[in-house]
Design a protein around this ligand. Structure first.
Ligand code: ADP
Ligand code: MG
Length: 671
């Protein structure tokens, strides 16, 4: 059996089921095998009928004595049955499953797993899982064992998935290729892949299930570590860059002339970056720092030194708004030193000829190649591959690359996923910055909150953001207050006599930049927006951040939104509005009241919401993890070491090389 074939190849999967499986990202037979259970129902306790006790979860096998539909006084439909083994008989109760009487008849041999409870006066198995036992095959799948429970979707139940996977695994022609050498498996105490796949779905014990998961997680992380390591090697071995010369006195002078003094984090980061840039091998560094921590000025210093070496720099921003803002910031910091700043976006083409620093959005920058580019600064973007760099810059030398992110990533995760980059962290806010006071606002206080906001605006001449999760109301998320609709309402009600504006990602870029400009200038007091504002807008006079539907955001993302305010010496507030009454969600949200470190909040997201929720990972092009848990630091470290041992012999391991393909990190492309 070729496991790379589409699922349609399976006898029992037609077009309808195949399209449903797509919703679970299952396209091939292999995808189905790697659709892993998130838990097991423990139905391993097998009992004789005479021994069952109320409260226990048990498995019984016997023969159906009778089964019928019963209608209660209240119009409910119950299925009542009796099962018998050689020790006695017990009642079976299901609710609203009329079809059962068509499937189960007196005389059928059956295995049942479920909880024993009183139903009226009698002991009964309540809503048990059942499975008809055929005389030829007494092995059970859905009862009497550790039964896997899978992520499901409409029309695809765990029971259905279980059967399909069992079909594949029991196919005489089924094989799955082992990617890891025997000695490696032994050295790291890993079970062979075929066994791991069997045990993860149909474990013989909990221990075997966790060993199976460990094996799969190991391979998954190993593949990531290997591809990251390969990128790092090809980068530092094959490429060469312009080694800058730095005039220390001039640099000191430049830093002293800045409108503020740098934090010690900024100084360290600057030093690390400039050290890299004096080398012949190209820098490939990630600058991580909470929003507002002051990454731009650090990049500006690097651009200044590039200019001093008569070379050019490119700043790449994810949106036009940010490109405009970067251009303005860089002009303020660098123009007086003679640095010419150009801006290139959809609505702004540079007019005159030559620039020392060109700022723009990615699609446009890819169109116009520049010569003598020695520094490429990428703000909140994917990482770059060799081919992308070539598209961007003419010439034989590679630029030094500085990637900046405010995405708070837990450290171990950064070391795994960004292992090919050197890491500089700004973990300090500029002095004098006050913490943003954070409040969780329940639905009944929503009006009060808006009245308060309006009052602050009128009496303190401040400005506010109000953020909504979505642009348009969507049917599936009907409870979400959509920005467009709420904007209309808010500007007619609470903010009737206050200047309001709307900003979202689907507006034309001219409209966007106009609105933002008006907000920056203080002409708009209340900006209603989708999370587009999160990436890096800097309007120091705005001191109030209101977030509606906050339960829909991860903590790290909320933290980034909060970072839009608190950018001056004024007191700022963040109002977290939520409709939820779920205690766990409220507890999660309230961590924002006392935690102000993006990385710490990301750790909590990771623990509570799982790796898929690490905000920004997917944005950075990483594949979703199936078996590995990013909370397992031990395994991340072990696989990192293992990858170093394997990397040189990788070409002798074609199966492993092939499996790396599916963990390849996406590279940014011109579109
Ligand atoms: P981010 O890291 O989010 O990109 P920015 O670079 O936009 O942050 O900086 C946020 C604001 O803080 C800007 O207005 C910037 O001028 C200011 N800033 C940066 N560094 C300092 C500092 N050391 N002291 C005071 N203000 C600073
Ligand atoms: Mg920024």
């Amino acid at each position: 059996m070729e496991i790379d074939r589409p699922v349609r190849y399976l006898k029992s999967v037609g077009p309808l089921m195949a399209s449903r499986l797509e919703k679970l990202n299952i396209r091939t037979i292999k995808d189905l095998l790697y659709h892993l259970p998130f838990r097991y129902d423990d139905f391993t306790v097998k009992t004789r009928v005479s021994d069952v006790r109320v409260g226990e979860t048990v498995t019984i096998s016997g023969f159906i004595k009778e089964i019928k539909n019963v209608f209660t006084k209240h119009g409910k439909r119950i299925q009542e049955g009796i099962v018998q083994d050689d020790s006695g008989q017990i009642s079976l109760i299901w609710f609203n499953q009329m079809y059962l009487t068509k499937i189960l008849h007196a005389g059928i041999e059956i295995s049942l797993s479920g909880k024993v409870d009183f139903f009226g006066q009698k002991k009964a198995l309540i809503s048990p899982e059942y499975e008809i036992i055929s005389p030829e095959n007494k092995e059970t799948l859905h009862t009497g064992r550790l039964v896997p429970v899978y992520p499901e979707t409409k029309g695809i139940s765990s029971k259905w998935i279980r059967k399909r996977i069992n079909d594949i695994l029991s196919d005489a022609l089924f094989t799955i290729e082992e990617a890891l050498p025997d000695s490696f498996l032994k050295a790291h105490d890993l079970m062979p892949i075929a066994q791991a796949i069997k045990e993860i779905h149909f474990p013989t014990s909990q221990t075997q299930a966790s060993l199976a998961r460990r094996r799969l997680a190991f391979e998954e992380l190993l593949a990531i570590q290997l591809s990251v390591l390969e990128r790092k090697r090809s980068w530092s071995n094959k490429e060469s860059a312009s080694a800058l010369k730095i005039d220390r006195d001039d640099l000191t002078q430049f830093i002293q002339n800045l409108p503020f003094s740098l934090t010690s984090s900024q100084i360290t980061a600057t030093k690390e970056i400039l050290d890299d840039m004096t080398k012949k091998s190209p820098m490939n560094r990630l600058l991580e720092g909470d929003t507002g921590s002051g990454k731009t000025v650090v990049a500006a210093i690097a651009a200044y030194e590039t200019y001093k070496n008569k070379l050019k720099a490119i700043f790449m921003a994810p949106t036009e708004i940010l490109a405009n803002q970067h251009a303005a910031t860089l002009k303020a910091l660098l123009s007086s030193h003679g640095v010419r700043i150009g801006l290139l976006t959809a609505s702004h083409k540079p007019t005159e000829g030559d620039y020392d620093v060109l700022v723009g959005t990615q699609a446009l920058l890819f169109r116009d190649q520049m010569e003598n580019v020695a520094l490429l600064v990428i703000d909140e973007q994917h990482r770059f591959g060799v081919s992308q760099r070539a598209l961007l810059t003419k010439g034989k030398l590679s630029p030094h690359i500085l990637t900046m992110t405010a995405t708070p990533i837990p450290r171990t995760v950064a070391l795994t996923f960004f292992g090919d980059l050197d890491l500089s962290i700004i973990d300090q806010m500029p002095i004098g910055r006050k913490l943003v006071k954070t409040y969780i606002v329940p639905p009944e206080k929503r009006s009060d909150a808006f009245v308060w906001v309006k009052n602050e605006i009128l009496t303190k001449n401040t400005q506010a953001f109000i953020i909504y999760p979505l642009i348009e109301e969507s049917e599936t998320l009907s409870d979400v207050r959509a920005a467009t609709k709420e904007y209309a309402q808010l500007s007619e009600s609470f903010f009737k006599d206050v200047a309001t504006g709307l900003l979202h990602g689907q507006m034309k870029s001219k409209e966007k930049s106009d609105t933002l400009e008006h907000f920056s200038q203080g002409e708009i007091k209340v900006l209603v927006a989708t999370p587009v504002v999160e990436v890096g807008i800097d309007v120091p006079n705005a001191t109030i951040m209101v977030i509606e539907g906050a339960e829909r955001f991860g903590l790290a993302q909320l933290h980034q939104l909060r970072g839009r305010v608190g950018r001056s010496d004024k007191t700022s507030s963040c109002l977290i509005l939520t409709q939820t009454e779920n205690e766990l969600v409220l507890k999660r949200l309230s961590s924002l009241r006392n935690i102000y470190s993006g990385a710490a909040l990301a750790e909590i997201d990771l623990k509570l919401r799982g790796p898929g929720e690490i905000y920004g990972l997917r944005q950075h092009g990483f594949p979703e993890l199936k078996a590995a848990d990013l909370n397992d630091q031990q395994l991340m470290l072990e696989t990192k070491e293992a990858a170093k041992d394997l990397i040189d012999g990788l070409d002798q391991l074609p199966a492993l090389r092939k499996s790396l393909e599916s963990y390849k990190i996406d590279e940014v492309s011109p579109n």
